[in-house]
Design a protein around this ligand. Structure first.
Ligand SMILES: [Zn+2]
Length: 95
């Protein structure tokens, strides 16, 4: 249910929840009891790009698109092994 902002003639303003079909243009002020008019405000779309929403999107996506390895890495893309040619290195203990 969307939240609508109302402001009365005394300067109070408050948010109220109404269904989109039933939202009135005026309502009773919650602070002073006067007549409060509905104020047009920007929708809260800017929150959709922040880190919390990105985490939620990533979590939801990982539930049905898990990032798993489905094949072995190809030999061509593996890092080349550095092989020493020094004969003294052959005597070193192996891990
Ligand atoms: Zn008021």
């Amino acid at each position: 249910m969307p939240s609508y902002t109302f402001r009365c003639s005394e300067g109070c303003h408050f948010d109220a929840l109404f269904s989109m079909a039933d939202v009135p243009t005026t309502t009773e002020c919650r602070a002073c009891g006067g007549l409060a008019k509905r104020v047009i405000t920007a929708p809260h779309l800017s929150a959709a790009g922040n880190a919390a929403f990105q985490l939620l999107d990533h979590s939801a996506r990982s539930a049905h698109e898990p990032a798993v390895v489905d094949r072995l890495p190809s030999r061509g893309s593996a890092r080349p092994q550095r092989v020493t040619q020094n004969p003294l290195h052959a005597k070193l203990p192996r891990a």
